[in-house]
Write a protein of this length. Structure first.
Length: 241
């Protein structure tokens, strides 16, 4: 096993569109461990109306999972965060400390509407930073405004956003345009980290293919930066601007 750190996955059973059973959770975690992930921070959705999870409810579900897998060998170390779908309700939760930041409480995973960025988004991100919480941006290559150009991402980077690559984007899981956008943003050096966004055991094969594709595109040193150094810094809060 390597020492990769996965900061985006859906391994808590029956709380969102991720795994539904303990058996699938264990299979997913074993699979990610087999790819080299020594730590998996699972990030269930918090999304108004669709996945109206609460921090307390997710902590309870995660504690149950931890207890159920405690005696099993060969699993990665577990941590809990959440994938916050960015709207006014979720912004308020994050601002008032009722979201679910990554372990360490330095950063939080944020998902944007896929078709169009909310107006004033960079101002909201700056407000989060003022409150001591840095936004980690889930799968930017999957957002329509970034398919052809990274220009619309620049104000968010200036506001402190840390882009996180979805590895399966590199092997066409979400289509040709996200794949090309991911390749372009890798070439531009946009990403701070990379993650699986795995929802089920069947995703592990494509995540592994994504890691190998990433290695062919950027080399071993950059793979380590994206799968270990960047995620480690996010959890530790040791991020250089």
């Amino acid at each position: 096993m390597s020492d990769y750190i996965d900061l985006h996955s859906h391994a808590v059973p029956a709380v969102d569109d991720g795994v539904k059973t303990l058996e699938d959770s264990v299979a997913l975690l074993r699979g990610l461990g087999g790819l080299g992930f020594a730590k998996v921070v699972t990030t269930p959705h918090i999304r108004t109306a669709m996945f109206p999870n609460t921090a307390s409810g997710l902590r309870a579900a995660f504690a149950t999972l931890e207890g159920q897998v405690a005696e099993l060998s060969g699993l990665p170390e577990l941590g809990l965060g959440a994938e916050h779908y960015f709207d006014d309700v979720v912004l308020r939760l994050l601002s008032e400390g009722e979201g679910l930041a990554y372990p360490g409480e330095h950063c939080a995973l944020v998902e944007l509407p896929p078709q169009r960025f909310p107006l004033g988004l960079e101002r909201y991100f700056f407000q989060l930073r003022v409150r001591g919480l840095r936004p980690v941006l889930a799968h930017p290559e999957r957002y329509t405004p970034l398919f052809k150009s990274t220009d619309d991402l620049d104000p968010l980077l200036d506001a402190g956003a840390l882009p996180l690559l979805d590895l399966m984007s590199l092997v066409g899981r979400y289509g040709r345009l996200p794949r090309r956008a991911a390749e372009r943003m890798l070439e531009e050096g946009v990403y701070y980290g990379a993650a699986s966004d795995a929802h089920r055991p069947g995703d592990v094969e494509e995540v592994g293919e994504g890691i190998e594709r990433l290695r062919r595109l950027v080399g071993d040193e950059q793979v380590r930066e994206l799968l270990h150094d960047g995620p480690r810094n996010i959890l530790a809060g040791s991020i250089d601007d």
